[in-house]
Design a protein around this ligand. Structure first.
Ligand code: PMP
Length: 355
């Protein structure tokens, strides 16, 4: 730390992204990316856009915003595109949280929420999940705080039905509820249709997972026009060009290829069912995941040990040290071949540990 670093941030512990090793080729099941390449249409349009990189992009990303709005069944002024959904989540902490509006989210959820809160100096409460790692809805009813709920949750993959979220939104009419739907395309029920009913609901989604565009950084939020206007104020106060030309073009390409996205989501869901079946056969306990990952633990082998044994054999999964998570690993669902190799490798490791 330099002697110039502001006191505001001296105690800040930043988010730790999953490993992106460059040393050798792993089977990467650690950062919830898609195993499938981006749509060819996305690649072609991004390449065309690269030829005009001397020009700033459209700060409104008007064409893509209109397409995303049409996909969501809302109007363009109810949508804001951002540099990944992390960007809009940060804006939401900036816009809707302060001392009078503290944040609240589960104790086990996307690790960036507490970092955004700390970075924006927002007080927050972590509401414990139940022993079975589910959200207890009553804990969120009428709490009068700015609520952040990942649905499906991460790293558990457990999903809440839309009407349950609606009860939370309805019971906190003077607080914003942010529903982070990064994984909704793998089996969740989106809350987007509720935005016309509640002016305190913001739904965020991403192109990183179901649309194979993690490297492009494209996310978006959907909410009533006034909420979107607030978030826009922060976008224009920080980085008006947060969607670069190539990303916007790739976004248009993938939206013109919805059948490809649908097939890939179906393949991930099929591979998830296969992986869960096989892990259960091997004696793993798992949460009921509706996301593109599973969260699994085994009595015979500690989570950190399994993580290391897999890494030594060229397979990366995500392990979290937090006491309630340490027994588990979060395993991203890859292609069928990757998951078959993963299962074979886990079987070999278990043979060693249960001998
Ligand atoms: N929300 C959740 C729950 C996530 O797991 C992630 C991915 N790390 C994100 C949001 C952010 O994804 P992105 O910025 O790539 O859209």
């Amino acid at each position: 730390m330099s002697r110039f670093f502001s006191d505001k941030y001296r105690a800040l512990t930043p988010y730790t992204p999953g490993e992106q090793p460059q040393d050798k080729r792993y089977i990467k099941l650690n950062t919830n990316e898609s195993p499938f390449p981006p749509s060819e249409k996305a690649v072609a349009l991004a390449a065309e856009a690269a030829a005009r990189l001397q020009l700033y992009p459209d700060p409104q990303s008007a064409e893509l915003t209109a397409k995303v709005a049409a996909m969501c069944g809302v109007s363009p002024d109810e949508v804001l595109l951002t540099n990944g959904s992390d960007d809009i989540l940060n804006f939401a902490f900036m816009a809707f949280c302060d001392d009078a509006h503290p944040a609240a989210f589960p104790d086990i959820t996307y690790g960036f929420y507490s970092v955004f809160a700390a970075c924006n100096r927002v007080p927050y409460t972590e509401i414990p999940l139940g022993d079975d790692l589910t959200v207890n809805v009553d804990d969120y009813l009428g709490i009068g705080k700015t609520i952040f709920l990942a649905n499906p949750n991460a790293p558990t993959g457990i999903v809440l039905p839309r009407d349950t979220i609606e009860r939370i939104v309805q019971s906190n009419p003077d607080s914003v509820v942010v529903v982070d739907e990064a994984y909704v395309d793998f089996g969740g029920e989106s809350c987007v249709p509720l935005i016309h009913k509640y002016d305190n609901l913001l739904v965020t989604q991403t192109f990183s997972k179901s649309r194979s565009m993690a490297g492009a950084r494209l996310g978006f939020g959907v909410g009533c026009a006034a909420l979107i206007q607030d978030l826009n104020t922060l976008k224009y106060a920080t980085n008006p060009y947060n969607i670069n030309r190539m990303t916007a073009a790739a976004g248009l390409g993938v939206l013109a290829d919805e059948e490809y996205t649908r097939q890939n989501c179906q393949a991930v869901m099929d591979n998830r069912a296969y992986t869960m079946r096989e892990l259960r056969r091997l004696g793993f306990a798992m949460t009921d995941s509706a996301a593109n990952f599973v969260f699994a633990k085994h009595e015979a082998v500690d989570g950190a040990v399994l993580y290391r044994e897999l890494k030594d054999r060229g397979i990366l999964v995500r392990h979290f040290d937090a006491p309630r998570l340490a027994a588990y690993n979060r395993i991203t669902i890859g292609s069928r071949e990757e998951m078959e190799q993963f299962v074979r490798t886990v079987e070999t490791i278990l043979e060693e540990y249960t001998r």
